[in-house]
Design a protein around this ligand. Structure first.
Ligand SMILES: Cc1cc2nc3c(=O)[nH]c(=O)nc-3n(C[C@H](O)[C@H](O)[C@H](O)COP(=O)(O)OP(=O)(O)OC[C@H]3O[C@@H](n4cnc5c(N)ncnc54)[C@H](O)[C@@H]3O)c2cc1C
Length: 424
């Protein structure tokens, strides 16, 4: 096991640093404009991370290279995420990145979570989605809307030893998520859940499920309510899907038959589940964008060193002008996707509107992931087409970016809706 940095104490050090920042009020303008303090308050590039974010980025890179990478091929072949990787993510604080330190988490920023997902995805997009769904959907929904009882009881477990799943989609409700048919019927101080879910990430390993169910179908989507359900209360894993990509991330069908859930396990308010789901998926999309830029970067990382070595016609493949231009084009588009992603993350942290930007980031990053992986295979030639080299995995893994957490058509719809508002 790599001894990657334990990140939970970083946030408190940041607080001490910002408290020590001197007042600017008395400074003459000239001195002010040249001082380090002025530079600190000046708008910065999107690549300027806090010291904690940088440390996290480096530690996840190390973990991905030392612990995940040696297992990636086998995990893909066996379609099983190695327990050593799960344990490593828990031990290194990657399963509670934004969870407060007093609840066992690292207490870090949303951008920190985004950087972690990107770094994991440079090596293995399956591992990154396991981390992403757990953090940006499950932990965040609980952190934002859970009662103190739920937070204390479950956020701690989610940060330390229990995998979480987010159950919204059903057989009949995909893009039209609020057409869901799972019901929760009140019986005394309990609710009885019946129905099922499809395509649920992490569900093969999860101990905790956020389940969206309707408490009053006569109210339509306004009856949708979020419940926290423990696996041992009767969640049945009906089928594990065999997929094109992200194979070692489990994606299962779930059945609920008369599962009794205490009323205190309702997350937030009754009937507000649809609102929470929309909000949380807006955030989650930034995580998927990060997963996609990781895939694009990972493809370049794998292909370019080979292209620098491999010679044809006495010249390194990387030095042919026809190839150089293609590499430059992909690198430029990757940079644009990365900036969209980091900007959406910072907007969200600032409390500014970010829905359009998150949709743009996911849409564009999923396109560049597919393009980068596809081009990298072509640049490398026959060896890129083999399973051993690793690029075909990036190519397969990239496809999911256009499907989950809102298909590309749904992202376009969201972007268009917001743009149109400005012109009406
Ligand atoms: C690997 C994987 C993991 C997943 N993980 C989870 C998870 O953890 N939790 C969860 O709840 N769900 C999860 N999902 C479900 C995922 O979010 C849905 O697959 C996705 O929302 C699309 O729904 P659908 O597959 O039913 O496609 P459909 O909604 O049937 O869409 C089919 C096609 O129609 C298009 N379409 C639909 N509506 C419109 C429209 N109004 N305008 C134009 N085009 C439209 C879509 O863009 C798409 O091209 C996962 C799915 C996969 C494949």
């Amino acid at each position: 096991m790599a001894s990657a940095l334990r990140i939970s104490s970083l946030a408190s050090r940041m607080a001490v640093r910002s408290a020590a920042r001197p007042s600017l009020l008395a400074a003459p303008v000239r001195a002010f404009s040249q001082s380090a303090v002025a530079r600190e308050n000046h708008p910065q590039s999107l690549f300027r991370f806090t010291e904690d974010e940088q440390m996290l980025q480096e530690s996840v890179r190390k973990f991905a290279n030392e612990v995940v990478k040696p297992r990636t091929f086998n995990m893909d072949e066996t379609e099983h995420l190695d327990q050593v990787v799960w344990d490593g993510m828990f031990e290194n604080g990657l399963m509670g990145i934004e969870t407060p330190e007093e609840l066992g988490g690292a207490g870090m920023s949303f951008t920190a979570a985004i950087l972690a997902v990107e770094e994991l995805s440079r090596i293995d997009a399956s591992v990154s989605v396991a981390c992403d769904v757990h953090n940006t959907l499950v932990n965040t929904l609980l952190r934002q809307h859970g009662s103190d009882y739920l937070k204390e009881k479950y956020l701690t477990r989610l940060a330390t030893d229990t995998v979480g799943s987010f159950g919204l989609t059903e057989a009949g409700s995909g893009s039209d998520a609020f057409a869901l048919a799972t019901t929760a019927t009140k019986k005394g101080d309990k609710y009885i859940i019946n129905g099922g879910k499809m395509w649920i990430t992490n569900s093969g390993e999860a101990g905790i499920f956020l389940v969206f169910a309707n408490v009053d179908p006569s109210k339509g989507y306004k009856g949708i309510t979020c419940f926290l359900v423990e696996k041992e209360w009767g969640v049945t894993i009906a089928k594990k899907e065999k997929k094109l990509g992200i194979k070692c991330s489990s994606t299962c069908e779930l059945n609920f038959e008369d599962i009794e859930v205490p009323a205190e396990n309702i997350v937030g308010e009754i009937g507000k589940g649809y609102k929470y789901a929309i909000e949380i998926l807006n955030e989650g999309r930034v995580g998927i964008a990060a997963q996609m830029i990781g895939i694009a970067q990972g493809s370049l990382d794998l292909a370019l060193p080979y292209m620098a070595q491999r010679k044809q016609f006495g010249t390194a493949i990387l030095d042919f002008q026809g190839i150089e231009h293609q590499v430059a084009q992909v690198a430029t588009e990757l940079e644009a996707a990365r900036l969209l992603t980091y900007n959406a993350a910072r907007l969200k942290e600032e409390g500014a509107p970010f829905v359009k930007e998150a949709a743009m980031a996911k849409l564009y990053a999923s396109q560049i992931a597919e393009k980068a992986a596809s081009k990298a295979i072509e640049w490398v030639g026959g060896v890129g087409f083999t399973r051993d080299f690793g690029l075909e995995k990036f190519y397969r893994d990239a496809k999911i970016g256009a499907i989950y957490e809102g298909t590309s058509n749904i992202q376009l719809q969201t972007i268009a809706k917001i743009i149109k508002k400005d012109y009406r």
